[in-house]
Design a protein around this ligand. Structure first.
Ligand code: GLA
Length: 400
């Protein structure tokens, strides 16, 4: 959808001017992207490292203050509309509007004087593909409402407002990666974020001779109220048990734990006063391994060693599938096809339970791999997966 198209949809819905009080206000268009993540899955809420980048697909929203205390919102993709008082304690029930409602509330908590506004929004991030369509929506409104209502919150506050929306209004206890990538993304660059200190650096990503391609299984993933929160709880319980063994140290997350700590915990499980299951330990094992893999990938990228990057991606897939148990049959099948075709690296991307694999593919293998993935998948599952070429794009912005 172009800027002109969404502006004309806004004019159809709300007219050129919505209210005498704001005759001077022109509707403004904002955009915020979905994301990919090269490596570092389920590490963000464990204080670890992630390696995301923004993509070209995203959410676009037209926003115009309407001089009242009512929000009037319309989702073009869902062909649905809702209205609610900005300070309504309940807010709308339909998920896509709850994101908008939640972000507005979170900005108000952070000191932005959000009042009523009219908005129309639409996007091209495939829903449930693990590309963070919801973070794109949250970040778009965090950025746009902050600007429209004269706020001066930082980009990090926008990220945190989006994350808090997931926690408080949607029920998904997600980490910080998706909102961070959507707000801070830069064209052509991946970002390595330390989720504990929130320090990050941009990594130009121009792998000569390779491409990143997503294969969307179109198995819908839905993180809210899902086993995602259970995984997070397991990690927190293991970190707490290790803290109990070491009262002299400060252990906030698994980031602060070593392989030795985990081994010690395994030996002392019967004497630690907690109810850890073998699954909890297995999940923590994945997280510690993933922490090491992100650092190995950073080293390999600095040396231009894409074969090593690819090996680590396969290991991550293995861990996500067997240890963390967030894969599904279709994603494992796509991973096997990638291996058979000689693809350099392939793995589940995002939270899991469906969605996409991310693949690092040599240029000369691209055609054969994508053809084979589509044909073999369709033959087995009766529907075609969708191939998405990754182009790393910019983060949240106003479209002038
Ligand atoms: C989802 C969450 C993120 C992150 C990933 C897994 O996308 O929103 O915070 O935990 O899963 O890496």
């Amino acid at each position: 959808m172009t800027k002109q198209q969404i502006l004309s949809a806004f004019a159809d819905k709300f007219g050129q001017m919505s209210n005498d009080k704001c005759q001077m206000a022109n509707p403004t268009v904002y955009a915020s992207p979905g994301r990919i993540n090269l490596i570092g899955e389920h590490t963000d809420y464990n204080g670890g490292f992630v390696f995301p980048g923004a993509v070209q697909q995203g959410i676009m929203a037209v926003i115009r203050p309407n001089g009242t205390d009512i929000v009037r919102a319309c989702s073009l993709d869902l062909n649905d509309s809702a209205e609610w008082p900005v300070n309504d304690p309940q807010g709308p029930q339909s998920t896509c509007f709850r994101f908008v409602y939640g972000v507005a509330r979170e900005l108000i908590e952070r000191g932005v004087a959000v009042k009523g506004f009219d908005t129309v929004f639409a996007g091209d991030v495939p829903l449930g593909a693990g590309m963070s369509s919801s973070a794109a929506l949250e970040s778009c409104f965090a950025f746009g409402l902050n600007e429209q209502f004269g706020g001066s919150v930082s980009k990090w506050d926008m990220v945190l407002a989006g994350q808090a929306t997931e926690h408080k209004y949607i029920g998904c206890n997600c980490g910080i990666m998706d909102q961070f990538a959507s707000v801070f993304g830069q064209k052509g660059k991946l970002m390595r974020l330390d989720c504990r200190s929130r320090e990050f650096e941009y990594f130009p990503f121009e792998p000569k001779g390779y491409r990143l391609v997503l294969v969307n299984s179109c198995v819908k993933h839905e993180l809210a109220g899902s086993p995602y929160n259970d995984r997070r709880r397991s990690c927190e319980n293991v970190a707490a048990a290790i803290q109990a063994l070491h009262p002299d140290r400060k252990i906030e997350t698994l980031r602060d734990c070593t392989w030795e700590d985990l081994e010690e915990l395994k030996c002392k499980l019967s004497i630690v006063n907690c109810q850890l299951s073998p699954e909890d330990i297995q999940r923590a094992t994945f997280v510690l391994g993933e922490k090491d893999r992100v650092l190995a990938v950073c080293d390999a990228l600095l040396k231009g060693d894409y074969e090593e990057v690819g090996r680590q991606m396969y290991r991550t897939h293995e861990g996500l599938s067997r240890e963390y148990e967030v894969s599904c049959e279709e994603l494992d099948f796509l991973n096997d096809i990638a291996k058979e075709c000689g693809v350099t690296g392939s793995r589940i991307m995002g939270g899991g339970f469906g969605g996409c694999t991310i693949n690092l593919v040599k240029d000369e293998l691209y055609d054969a791999f994508t053809r084979r993935a589509v044909e073999a998948f369709e033959a087995k599952y009766g529907h075609k997966p969708v191939i998405i070429d990754v182009i790393i794009g910019d983060g949240s912005r106003r479209i002038d």
